[in-house]
Ligand binder design. Structure first.
Ligand code: ASP
Ligand code: MG
Length: 458
């Protein structure tokens, strides 16, 4: 029987007590598993800042490694009684930190870092937490080995900062490498290009790592341990009584992640949907039974009585707007604009057009680059290019949205009753999503209005 893949993210590696919970959870599996870990909470953000400063500051290398070495010393001492045990884990971490220090020195000396070097440096957060966790588990009597992506053959397409796993090249090697009769800890967030370079899967990408490994080994499930109660009908910070969603399809989970739900990385379902490996979500605070997940994401399609399963929002999108009396009728405008954006590596999330305007939804961080690029293109019918930043996307997700009448009517009536103005909307692009744009100050009232309509009215 292949092992389950168990993922712990940075928010499950926050405080000293978390480690005790993780030890207990792994014991509760009663058989070896493959663990995928993120960096400790906040460490990747810290390394991003370090990378930036390292270009000008030659002292940052030493400061960084001293900080990282001490970061979890207390936690180690709390969980490992004999000081030799602590020292031997710190010695292993020191080997990694010495490497990191050399890279940071190199960046300070040259004042520069290539994308390959940036990816390599940012992955140290995960490498360190893998060594740390494996050491702690061994001390707790669970036979555990660190399995680095480079040693197990997790091969990617080589795209820095946004890589994908090459399953043709990875599957057999990864499966064999993780087949021993022991628990393995794999650092998440990266794989190796065919020429041996660290390539990251993007921020938050260790969910994707875990999913990729689950696929390679044919795991019975991918178990993700979070610090929240699984998928909910809305973010508990936004609404008072969110309802837990026990069953979701891969598509529902992917759309919710795409439109802002923070619980899973949007790409997590990609490797798992074809082989039908379920994702089970647990809460590290409170759950200990490894057979009782809060939410299960699988191929099984369950339509909830109210159709909508969850409502979410994202502040990460903005609009690039091209105005002109004939933009909707003239062929070729979108082709030129989207080619320019594509060549600049800018992803387009949605396009809504009419006769007099073309609206392109892209990440807020890309808006000014996109504006500059598109303004520079010769487009005869475009009178004005504009960017709109003060908007948010709100999305209602659920199987059956496209096949059932009345869902959009309920959404828009609820918004209208609450005086919320919809700036743009789209239903049908995905059969399970209805999404719309509102002014950024109205996104929370919008989520609450929809939540009340679908979940709080009897
Ligand atoms: N540590 C990485 C990040 O913060 C990857 C992850 O946490 O999934 O983006
Ligand atoms: Mg994370």
């Amino acid at each position: 029987m292949p092992k389950a893949v168990v993922k712990f993210g940075g928010s499950s590696l926050k405080c000293k007590e978390d480690i005790g919970r993780i030890i207990q959870i792994i014991k509760n599996y009663r058989q070896p598993v493959v663990i995928v870990v993120s960096a400790f909470y906040g460490v990747t953000n810290y390394l991003v800042e370090v990378l930036d400063k390292a270009r000008q500051d030659e002292h940052i290398a030493k400061k960084t490694t001293a900080y990282l070495l001490n970061l979890k010393r207390e936690t180690l001492a709390l969980h490992i009684e004999n000081s030799e045990g602590v020292d031997s884990i710190l010695a292993e971490i020191t080997v990694l930190l010495d490497e990191l220090e050399r890279y940071l020195h190199g960046i300070a000396l040259t004042g520069d870092a290539s994308p390959a070097l940036e990816d390599h440096v940012l992955a140290y957060g995960e490498r360190i937490s893998a060594v740390f966790l494996a050491g702690i588990l061994n001390n707790a009597g669970i036979e555990t080995k660190v399995a680095l992506p480079e040693s197990i053959g997790l091969v990617t397409d080589g795209e820095y900062g946004a890589a994908s796993v090459d399953f043709v090249k990875s599957t057999t090697k990864v499966r064999e490498a993780l087949s021993g009769d022991m628990t393995y800890v794999v650092p998440g967030f990266y794989g190796l290009s065919t020429d041996g370079k660290t390539t990251l899967f993007g921020r938050g990408g260790s969910d994707y790592s875990a999913a990729a490994i689950a696929r390679c080994i044919g795991a019975p499930s991918l178990d993700i341990w979070k610090d929240v109660n699984g998928f909910l009908s809305a973010d508990p910070k936004t609404v008072d009584n969110p309802v837990q969603i026990e069953r979701l399809t891969y598509n529902e989970a992917a759309e919710l992640a795409y439109f802002g739900a923070k619980i899973l990385h949007p790409r997590t379902v990609e490797p798992l949907s074809a082989p039908h490996i379920p994702i089970r979500i647990f809460n590290i605070y409170g759950d200990s039974d490894v057979n009782k997940p809060r939410s299960v994401v699988s191929a099984e399609k369950i339509i909830s009585p109210g159709i909508v399963k969850s409502v979410t929002f994202s502040d990460d999108f903005g609009i690039l707007k091209l105005k002109g009396s004939g933009v909707g009728a003239k062929p070729g405008i979108l082709a030129k604009v989207t080619t320019a954006l594509h060549l600049a590596g800018i992803n387009i999330s949605s396009v809504l057009t009419s006769q007099i305007s073309i609206n392109i939804l892209i990440a807020k961080k890309d808006l000014s680059t996109a504006y500059a690029l598109v303004s520079a293109i010769e487009l005869s019918v475009v009178g004005k290019v504009q960017i709109i930043e003060d908007i948010a996307v709100v999305a209602a997700v659920g199987n059956g949205i496209a096949e059932n009448y009345g869902v959009a009517a309920r959404i828009f009536t609820a918004l209208a009753k609450n005086g919320i103005n919809v700036l743009m909307s789209c239903s049908g692009a995905s059969p399970i999503v209805s999404y719309f744009l509102v002014s950024v100050d109205e996104r929370i009232p919008a989520v609450r209005a929809i939540h009340r309509e679908f979940f709080e009215t009897i």
